[in-house]
Design a binder for this molecule. Structure first.
Ligand code: SF4
Ligand code: SF4
Length: 392
Protein backbone atom coordinates (compact mmCIF):
# COMPACT_ATOMS: atom_id res chain seq x y z
CA UNK A 1 0.00 0.00 0.00
CA UNK A 2 1.38 3.41 -0.91
CA UNK A 3 2.06 5.82 1.97
CA UNK A 4 -0.56 8.37 2.96
CA UNK A 5 -0.09 11.86 1.56
CA UNK A 6 -0.36 15.42 2.83
CA UNK A 7 -3.01 17.27 0.82
CA UNK A 8 -4.42 20.77 0.60
CA UNK A 9 -7.86 21.22 -0.92
CA UNK A 10 -8.59 24.72 -2.22
CA UNK A 11 -12.36 24.47 -2.23
CA UNK A 12 -12.98 27.94 -3.70
CA UNK A 13 -11.20 31.03 -4.98
CA UNK A 14 -14.07 33.24 -3.74
CA UNK A 15 -13.20 35.50 -0.82
CA UNK A 16 -15.06 38.19 1.12
CA UNK A 17 -11.92 39.84 2.59
CA UNK A 18 -9.75 42.54 0.95
CA UNK A 19 -6.28 41.72 2.20
CA UNK A 20 -3.43 44.02 1.22
CA UNK A 21 -1.05 41.12 0.52
CA UNK A 22 -3.37 38.95 -1.57
CA UNK A 23 -5.54 39.79 -4.55
CA UNK A 24 -7.46 36.53 -4.61
CA UNK A 25 -10.68 38.42 -3.78
CA UNK A 26 -10.39 40.12 -7.18
CA UNK A 27 -10.16 36.78 -8.99
CA UNK A 28 -12.92 34.43 -7.78
CA UNK A 29 -13.83 31.03 -9.19
CA UNK A 30 -17.36 30.42 -10.47
CA UNK A 31 -19.35 28.33 -7.95
CA UNK A 32 -20.52 25.92 -10.70
CA UNK A 33 -16.91 25.02 -11.48
CA UNK A 34 -15.73 24.47 -7.91
CA UNK A 35 -14.52 21.06 -6.82
CA UNK A 36 -17.39 18.60 -6.41
CA UNK A 37 -17.93 15.82 -3.89
CA UNK A 38 -17.48 13.37 -6.77
CA UNK A 39 -13.94 14.65 -7.36
CA UNK A 40 -13.18 14.77 -3.63
CA UNK A 41 -14.13 11.08 -3.40
CA UNK A 42 -11.28 10.34 -5.84
CA UNK A 43 -8.58 11.81 -3.56
CA UNK A 44 -6.07 9.36 -2.04
CA UNK A 45 -5.71 8.48 1.67
CA UNK A 46 -4.08 11.36 3.57
CA UNK A 47 -2.49 11.68 6.99
CA UNK A 48 -3.24 15.41 6.93
CA UNK A 49 -5.63 17.59 4.93
CA UNK A 50 -5.79 21.36 4.92
CA UNK A 51 -8.99 22.90 3.58
CA UNK A 52 -8.47 26.42 2.35
CA UNK A 53 -9.62 29.05 -0.14
CA UNK A 54 -10.29 31.91 -0.89
CA UNK A 55 -12.60 31.74 2.10
CA UNK A 56 -13.75 28.11 2.42
CA UNK A 57 -16.83 28.96 4.48
CA UNK A 58 -18.31 30.78 1.48
CA UNK A 59 -19.15 27.27 0.26
CA UNK A 60 -22.49 26.34 1.78
CA UNK A 61 -21.72 22.62 1.26
CA UNK A 62 -18.49 22.71 3.28
CA UNK A 63 -19.89 20.25 5.82
CA UNK A 64 -20.46 17.64 3.13
CA UNK A 65 -16.90 18.20 1.89
CA UNK A 66 -15.51 17.70 5.40
CA UNK A 67 -17.65 14.58 5.84
CA UNK A 68 -16.23 13.11 2.62
CA UNK A 69 -12.67 14.08 3.52
CA UNK A 70 -12.90 12.45 6.95
CA UNK A 71 -13.40 9.11 5.16
CA UNK A 72 -9.84 9.37 3.84
CA UNK A 73 -7.95 11.74 6.12
CA UNK A 74 -6.57 11.26 9.65
CA UNK A 75 -6.56 14.97 10.47
CA UNK A 76 -8.28 17.99 8.92
CA UNK A 77 -7.49 21.66 9.52
CA UNK A 78 -9.54 24.45 7.94
CA UNK A 79 -7.91 27.84 7.28
CA UNK A 80 -10.41 30.70 7.37
CA UNK A 81 -10.64 34.46 7.90
CA UNK A 82 -13.20 33.73 10.64
CA UNK A 83 -15.91 36.05 9.34
CA UNK A 84 -18.72 33.50 9.07
CA UNK A 85 -18.94 32.76 12.79
CA UNK A 86 -22.28 30.89 12.66
CA UNK A 87 -21.15 28.63 9.82
CA UNK A 88 -17.87 27.84 11.58
CA UNK A 89 -19.56 27.07 14.91
CA UNK A 90 -22.18 24.95 13.15
CA UNK A 91 -19.53 22.88 11.33
CA UNK A 92 -17.50 22.42 14.51
CA UNK A 93 -20.56 21.08 16.35
CA UNK A 94 -20.65 18.22 13.88
CA UNK A 95 -16.87 17.78 13.64
CA UNK A 96 -15.38 18.57 17.07
CA UNK A 97 -12.00 17.11 16.07
CA UNK A 98 -11.48 19.40 13.10
CA UNK A 99 -8.72 22.03 13.42
CA UNK A 100 -9.57 25.67 12.76
CA UNK A 101 -6.96 28.35 11.98
CA UNK A 102 -8.30 31.88 11.84
CA UNK A 103 -6.09 34.43 10.14
CA UNK A 104 -5.69 37.48 12.33
CA UNK A 105 -3.16 39.95 11.00
CA UNK A 106 -2.38 41.88 14.17
CA UNK A 107 -4.14 43.74 16.94
CA UNK A 108 -7.54 45.22 16.18
CA UNK A 109 -6.68 48.28 14.10
CA UNK A 110 -3.81 46.67 12.20
CA UNK A 111 -5.84 43.57 11.43
CA UNK A 112 -8.82 45.52 10.15
CA UNK A 113 -6.60 47.73 7.95
CA UNK A 114 -4.74 44.76 6.45
CA UNK A 115 -7.72 42.48 5.97
CA UNK A 116 -10.19 45.14 4.88
CA UNK A 117 -13.08 43.46 6.69
CA UNK A 118 -15.28 45.68 8.79
CA UNK A 119 -14.98 44.55 12.42
CA UNK A 120 -12.82 41.66 11.15
CA UNK A 121 -10.72 41.40 14.32
CA UNK A 122 -13.71 41.17 16.66
CA UNK A 123 -15.44 38.64 14.43
CA UNK A 124 -12.34 36.45 14.21
CA UNK A 125 -11.61 36.78 17.93
CA UNK A 126 -15.24 36.08 18.90
CA UNK A 127 -15.30 33.03 16.65
CA UNK A 128 -12.14 31.70 18.30
CA UNK A 129 -13.56 32.32 21.79
CA UNK A 130 -16.83 30.59 20.90
CA UNK A 131 -14.92 27.57 19.61
CA UNK A 132 -12.83 27.42 22.76
CA UNK A 133 -15.95 27.62 24.92
CA UNK A 134 -17.44 24.74 22.93
CA UNK A 135 -14.44 22.66 23.97
CA UNK A 136 -12.74 22.62 20.57
CA UNK A 137 -9.11 21.68 21.11
CA UNK A 138 -7.39 22.33 17.81
CA UNK A 139 -8.04 26.04 17.26
CA UNK A 140 -5.65 28.88 16.71
CA UNK A 141 -4.50 32.07 15.07
CA UNK A 142 -2.65 32.39 11.78
CA UNK A 143 -0.70 35.58 11.06
CA UNK A 144 1.10 36.65 7.89
CA UNK A 145 3.87 38.97 9.01
CA UNK A 146 4.70 42.10 6.98
CA UNK A 147 6.23 45.49 7.83
CA UNK A 148 2.90 46.87 8.94
CA UNK A 149 2.01 44.22 11.51
CA UNK A 150 5.42 42.92 12.67
CA UNK A 151 5.29 44.92 15.97
CA UNK A 152 2.02 43.09 16.81
CA UNK A 153 3.63 39.65 16.44
CA UNK A 154 4.54 39.03 20.09
CA UNK A 155 1.44 40.76 21.56
CA UNK A 156 -0.77 38.56 19.36
CA UNK A 157 1.20 35.46 20.36
CA UNK A 158 0.62 36.40 23.99
CA UNK A 159 -3.14 36.69 23.43
CA UNK A 160 -3.20 33.28 21.73
CA UNK A 161 -1.14 31.81 24.55
CA UNK A 162 -3.47 33.15 27.22
CA UNK A 163 -6.37 31.57 25.34
CA UNK A 164 -4.43 28.28 25.10
CA UNK A 165 -4.42 28.39 21.31
CA UNK A 166 -2.07 27.50 18.50
CA UNK A 167 -0.19 30.38 16.86
CA UNK A 168 0.83 29.83 13.23
CA UNK A 169 2.97 32.37 11.38
CA UNK A 170 3.88 33.09 7.77
CA UNK A 171 5.40 35.97 5.86
CA UNK A 172 4.71 37.54 2.48
CA UNK A 173 4.88 35.31 -0.60
CA UNK A 174 4.20 35.95 -4.27
CA UNK A 175 2.44 33.43 -6.50
CA UNK A 176 -0.50 32.80 -8.80
CA UNK A 177 -2.38 31.58 -5.71
CA UNK A 178 -2.15 34.99 -4.04
CA UNK A 179 -2.56 36.70 -7.45
CA UNK A 180 0.39 38.80 -6.38
CA UNK A 181 3.95 39.43 -7.51
CA UNK A 182 4.83 42.64 -5.63
CA UNK A 183 4.89 41.48 -2.01
CA UNK A 184 8.16 42.27 -0.27
CA UNK A 185 9.46 43.02 3.23
CA UNK A 186 11.04 46.49 3.29
CA UNK A 187 12.53 46.83 6.77
CA UNK A 188 14.06 43.39 7.17
CA UNK A 189 15.98 44.04 10.44
CA UNK A 190 12.83 45.38 12.13
CA UNK A 191 10.73 42.41 11.02
CA UNK A 192 13.52 39.95 11.91
CA UNK A 193 13.83 41.53 15.37
CA UNK A 194 10.16 40.80 16.01
CA UNK A 195 10.61 37.21 14.82
CA UNK A 196 13.64 36.92 17.11
CA UNK A 197 11.54 38.05 20.07
CA UNK A 198 8.92 35.44 19.20
CA UNK A 199 11.52 32.67 18.78
CA UNK A 200 12.89 33.43 22.25
CA UNK A 201 9.41 33.30 23.79
CA UNK A 202 8.69 29.98 22.07
CA UNK A 203 12.03 28.50 23.17
CA UNK A 204 11.38 29.51 26.77
CA UNK A 205 8.09 27.55 26.81
CA UNK A 206 7.72 23.97 28.01
CA UNK A 207 6.08 22.73 24.83
CA UNK A 208 8.09 20.69 22.26
CA UNK A 209 5.58 21.82 19.62
CA UNK A 210 6.45 25.44 20.36
CA UNK A 211 10.17 24.67 20.15
CA UNK A 212 9.55 23.35 16.64
CA UNK A 213 7.59 26.53 15.89
CA UNK A 214 10.65 28.47 17.07
CA UNK A 215 12.68 26.71 14.36
CA UNK A 216 10.00 27.53 11.79
CA UNK A 217 10.16 31.22 12.72
CA UNK A 218 13.97 31.13 12.56
CA UNK A 219 13.42 29.86 8.97
CA UNK A 220 11.16 32.84 8.30
CA UNK A 221 14.03 35.22 9.10
CA UNK A 222 16.17 33.29 6.62
CA UNK A 223 13.32 33.52 4.08
CA UNK A 224 12.73 37.28 4.33
CA UNK A 225 16.44 37.80 3.63
CA UNK A 226 15.93 35.80 0.42
CA UNK A 227 18.19 32.89 1.36
CA UNK A 228 18.09 29.24 0.34
CA UNK A 229 15.50 27.20 2.27
CA UNK A 230 16.81 25.58 5.44
CA UNK A 231 15.22 22.27 4.38
CA UNK A 232 14.67 20.70 0.94
CA UNK A 233 11.30 21.24 -0.71
CA UNK A 234 9.66 17.90 -1.58
CA UNK A 235 6.29 19.21 -2.72
CA UNK A 236 4.60 16.93 -5.28
CA UNK A 237 6.47 13.87 -3.98
CA UNK A 238 4.36 13.14 -0.91
CA UNK A 239 2.37 16.35 -0.81
CA UNK A 240 -0.12 17.97 -3.17
CA UNK A 241 -2.56 20.84 -3.62
CA UNK A 242 -5.80 20.55 -5.55
CA UNK A 243 -7.49 23.71 -6.81
CA UNK A 244 -11.21 24.46 -7.26
CA UNK A 245 -11.03 23.19 -10.86
CA UNK A 246 -9.71 19.76 -9.87
CA UNK A 247 -6.18 20.59 -11.08
CA UNK A 248 -3.58 18.89 -8.91
CA UNK A 249 -0.49 21.02 -8.27
CA UNK A 250 2.70 20.66 -6.27
CA UNK A 251 2.12 23.70 -4.07
CA UNK A 252 0.74 27.23 -3.93
CA UNK A 253 4.09 29.02 -4.21
CA UNK A 254 4.84 28.85 -7.92
CA UNK A 255 4.68 31.92 -10.15
CA UNK A 256 2.37 30.22 -12.63
CA UNK A 257 0.04 27.36 -11.94
CA UNK A 258 1.90 24.04 -12.41
CA UNK A 259 -0.46 21.17 -13.21
CA UNK A 260 0.24 17.47 -12.62
CA UNK A 261 -3.18 16.42 -13.92
CA UNK A 262 -6.90 16.95 -13.43
CA UNK A 263 -8.86 14.83 -10.98
CA UNK A 264 -12.21 15.62 -12.61
CA UNK A 265 -11.02 13.72 -15.70
CA UNK A 266 -8.49 11.20 -14.34
CA UNK A 267 -8.23 8.66 -11.55
CA UNK A 268 -5.79 9.49 -8.76
CA UNK A 269 -3.35 6.75 -9.78
CA UNK A 270 -3.35 7.80 -13.45
CA UNK A 271 -2.72 11.40 -12.45
CA UNK A 272 -0.09 10.78 -9.77
CA UNK A 273 1.93 8.43 -12.00
CA UNK A 274 1.56 10.45 -15.22
CA UNK A 275 4.44 11.92 -17.28
CA UNK A 276 2.96 15.39 -16.52
CA UNK A 277 3.30 14.72 -12.78
CA UNK A 278 6.89 13.57 -13.31
CA UNK A 279 7.67 16.73 -15.30
CA UNK A 280 6.34 18.88 -12.43
CA UNK A 281 8.48 16.91 -9.94
CA UNK A 282 11.55 17.64 -12.07
CA UNK A 283 10.71 21.36 -11.92
CA UNK A 284 10.26 21.21 -8.13
CA UNK A 285 13.75 19.73 -7.82
CA UNK A 286 15.21 22.86 -9.46
CA UNK A 287 12.77 25.37 -7.96
CA UNK A 288 14.58 28.42 -6.60
CA UNK A 289 11.65 30.28 -5.00
CA UNK A 290 12.64 29.15 -1.50
CA UNK A 291 9.16 29.52 -0.01
CA UNK A 292 8.83 29.03 3.72
CA UNK A 293 5.13 28.34 4.25
CA UNK A 294 3.84 25.78 6.73
CA UNK A 295 2.32 23.70 3.89
CA UNK A 296 5.73 22.89 2.45
CA UNK A 297 7.82 23.19 5.62
CA UNK A 298 5.80 21.02 7.99
CA UNK A 299 6.22 17.85 5.86
CA UNK A 300 9.94 18.68 5.44
CA UNK A 301 10.36 19.16 9.21
CA UNK A 302 8.88 15.69 9.77
CA UNK A 303 10.96 14.11 7.03
CA UNK A 304 14.28 15.74 8.01
CA UNK A 305 13.43 15.82 11.73
CA UNK A 306 17.09 15.72 12.82
CA UNK A 307 17.71 19.22 11.36
CA UNK A 308 15.13 21.09 13.48
CA UNK A 309 15.81 18.53 16.26
CA UNK A 310 19.50 19.45 16.58
CA UNK A 311 18.65 23.17 16.34
CA UNK A 312 16.09 22.81 19.15
CA UNK A 313 18.42 20.82 21.42
CA UNK A 314 21.19 23.41 20.99
CA UNK A 315 18.88 26.35 21.69
CA UNK A 316 17.16 24.66 24.62
CA UNK A 317 20.63 24.11 26.09
CA UNK A 318 21.37 27.83 25.58
CA UNK A 319 18.01 28.65 27.20
CA UNK A 320 19.28 27.01 30.41
CA UNK A 321 22.16 29.44 30.70
CA UNK A 322 21.03 32.54 28.77
CA UNK A 323 18.08 34.88 29.03
CA UNK A 324 17.95 35.20 25.23
CA UNK A 325 18.88 31.84 23.69
CA UNK A 326 18.33 32.93 20.09
CA UNK A 327 19.72 35.84 18.11
CA UNK A 328 18.78 36.73 14.53
CA UNK A 329 22.51 37.36 13.95
CA UNK A 330 23.03 33.60 14.01
CA UNK A 331 22.01 33.97 10.36
CA UNK A 332 25.09 35.03 8.41
CA UNK A 333 23.06 37.10 5.96
CA UNK A 334 21.58 39.17 8.83
CA UNK A 335 25.13 39.93 10.05
CA UNK A 336 26.28 40.71 6.52
CA UNK A 337 23.44 43.19 6.01
CA UNK A 338 24.10 44.83 9.40
CA UNK A 339 27.80 45.11 8.50
CA UNK A 340 27.12 46.66 5.09
CA UNK A 341 28.51 43.67 3.16
CA UNK A 342 25.25 43.31 1.24
CA UNK A 343 22.86 46.06 0.17
CA UNK A 344 19.07 46.30 0.37
CA UNK A 345 18.88 46.28 -3.43
CA UNK A 346 20.84 43.00 -3.51
CA UNK A 347 18.50 41.43 -0.95
CA UNK A 348 15.46 42.69 -2.87
CA UNK A 349 16.79 40.91 -5.94
CA UNK A 350 16.91 37.62 -3.98
CA UNK A 351 13.17 37.86 -3.28
CA UNK A 352 10.36 36.69 -5.57
CA UNK A 353 9.01 40.26 -5.79
CA UNK A 354 8.70 41.45 -9.38
CA UNK A 355 7.33 44.96 -9.67
CA UNK A 356 6.97 44.75 -13.46
CA UNK A 357 5.82 41.13 -13.57
CA UNK A 358 2.54 39.93 -15.00
CA UNK A 359 0.47 38.60 -12.13
CA UNK A 360 -1.12 35.24 -12.90
CA UNK A 361 -4.36 34.20 -11.28
CA UNK A 362 -4.76 30.49 -12.12
CA UNK A 363 -8.40 31.02 -13.10
CA UNK A 364 -10.28 28.97 -15.69
CA UNK A 365 -11.38 30.78 -18.87
CA UNK A 366 -15.00 30.76 -17.69
CA UNK A 367 -14.11 32.28 -14.31
CA UNK A 368 -12.04 34.95 -16.05
CA UNK A 369 -14.83 35.64 -18.52
CA UNK A 370 -17.21 36.78 -15.74
CA UNK A 371 -14.64 39.43 -14.74
CA UNK A 372 -15.23 41.19 -18.07
CA UNK A 373 -18.59 42.41 -16.82
CA UNK A 374 -18.12 42.82 -13.05
CA UNK A 375 -15.31 43.04 -10.51
CA UNK A 376 -14.48 40.04 -8.33
CA UNK A 377 -15.71 41.97 -5.29
CA UNK A 378 -19.10 42.66 -6.90
CA UNK A 379 -19.50 39.03 -7.92
CA UNK A 380 -18.69 37.62 -4.48
CA UNK A 381 -20.69 40.27 -2.56
CA UNK A 382 -23.78 39.45 -4.68
CA UNK A 383 -23.17 35.76 -4.15
CA UNK A 384 -23.00 36.10 -0.35
CA UNK A 385 -26.07 38.37 -0.31
CA UNK A 386 -27.99 35.71 -2.25
CA UNK A 387 -26.86 32.98 0.20
CA UNK A 388 -28.08 35.07 3.15
CA UNK A 389 -31.42 35.76 1.41
CA UNK A 390 -32.01 32.04 0.92
CA UNK A 391 -31.11 31.18 4.51
CA UNK A 392 -33.52 33.72 6.14
S1 SF4 B 1 -5.31 36.18 2.19
FE1 SF4 B 1 -7.08 34.82 2.41
S2 SF4 B 1 -8.65 36.13 3.36
FE2 SF4 B 1 -7.11 37.51 2.46
S3 SF4 B 1 -7.86 38.00 0.37
FE3 SF4 B 1 -6.45 36.25 0.23
S4 SF4 B 1 -7.78 34.47 0.28
FE4 SF4 B 1 -8.96 36.19 1.11
S1 SF4 C 1 10.04 26.24 -3.14
FE1 SF4 C 1 8.65 24.47 -3.01
S2 SF4 C 1 6.72 25.36 -2.28
FE2 SF4 C 1 7.93 27.04 -3.14
S3 SF4 C 1 7.33 27.25 -5.29
FE3 SF4 C 1 9.12 25.91 -5.17
S4 SF4 C 1 8.26 23.86 -5.14
FE4 SF4 C 1 6.62 25.25 -4.53
Amino acid sequence: MSPKLNGTVIVTYRCNARCNMCNRYKAPSRPEEEISLETIRKLPPMYFTNITGGEPFIRTDLKEIVRELYKKSDRIVISTNGFFTDRIVDLCREFPNVGIRISIEGLEQTNNEIRGLEDGFNRGYTTLKNLREMGMKDVGFGMTVQDRNAPDLVPLYQISNEMGMEFATASLHNSFYFVESKNIIHDRPMVAQNFENLVNKLLKSNSPKKWMRAYFNHGLINYIYGQKRLLPCDMSFDTFFIDPYGDVMPCNGTKDKEVMGNLNDQTWDELWNSPEAEAVRKKVRCCDRNCWMIGSVSPAMHKYIWVPGIWVVWHKFKALIMKKPYSMYENKIVRDYRDGKVTKAELDRCSTCNLCGVTNDGLSDASREQLKHKTGEEIVDADIAAQIDVSV
